[in-house]
Design a binder for this molecule. Sequence first.
Ligand code: PA5
Length: 339
Amino acid sequence: MELEGIDLASMRSMVLRFPELLVAKKPDIRFLEKARRAGESGISGICFVGMGGSSIVGEICRGLLIEQSNVPILTVRDYSLPKVVTKKWAVMVVSYSGDTEETLACFEETRSRGAKIFVITTGGTLAERAQGKNIHVVPKGLQPRAALPLMFSAMYPTVAALLSLETTGLDEVSASLRQQAQNWGATMDSPSTLAEKLKGSVPLFMGWKHLVPIAYRAKCQMNENAKTVAFHGELPEADHNEIEAAMSYSRHSVVPVFLRSCFEESTIKRRFDVTSEVLSEAGCESIHLRISTVSPLEESLAMTHYLDMTSVELADSLGIDPLKIDRIAHLKRKLASDW
Ligand code: PA5
């Protein structure tokens, strides 16, 4: 099967195989064809439905494609859809397990509104309920957040097809990600070096444009894998509020981590540089991450891969098992029993 060679009892093993997972299960040609036809028939918008590791996949696609889209693209992480989502919309319902209650509730609502549904899952209740709909089934066994490349590789071309956009295949990106990972530590801090720098601190990941969802992903990976408090923000917005908090950063051990893009416009480059200077004047040194890439798509995925591995290194260094998510499981049990 497509997950051969991955130790499913090790998050490190799953994250190491990120580039391979990106090309492990290509979406069925009929699935993409249905999306292309839905797009050509005229959709009013695209809505992504999902939670946690399944939700971020849509956010990354949105960050990459929104500027070329002539319809709105929304993300829903809740039990219900906004009223604007009607039968003229395409709704992409993503749940790795297929059993997430918020996602299932939105699936039912999407069905009752008659919107065009595209499902990505491994199975579960969602797969059962989506029988006869457009469904892309991915291999089971990973943690949902480690399945990002597997789900992204179906989501990205599907969204592009809905928007009638041409996209390049992911084979080259996968090869480049493999290469990038071999250079970690040579051209930039290795993930373990960055993890050591972040140990005992509160990372604040800051991105711009397509790297905003990557900053959010990094925050979530620090939370879920390394059980560490972390925050995320975005420029230029942070310059209008967050920056005033810089005076308290050292008191709270906050370390700003700027996700720098090769595609920054000059105004944004200046913003990052000047923001960093202002933070430094307030006694807080920022970390700047850059990965040399040929496209925002490659940059988003390379940065995600690198920061995913940083969260695993931090977990290791703290003696934490990234796979154990006891509080999430406990909360789910309580929600089920107290109801
Ligand atoms: O990454 C994780 O493990 C979580 O954030 C899950 O993605 C989240 O709980 C939703 O589950 P699922 O992706 O199976 O719908």
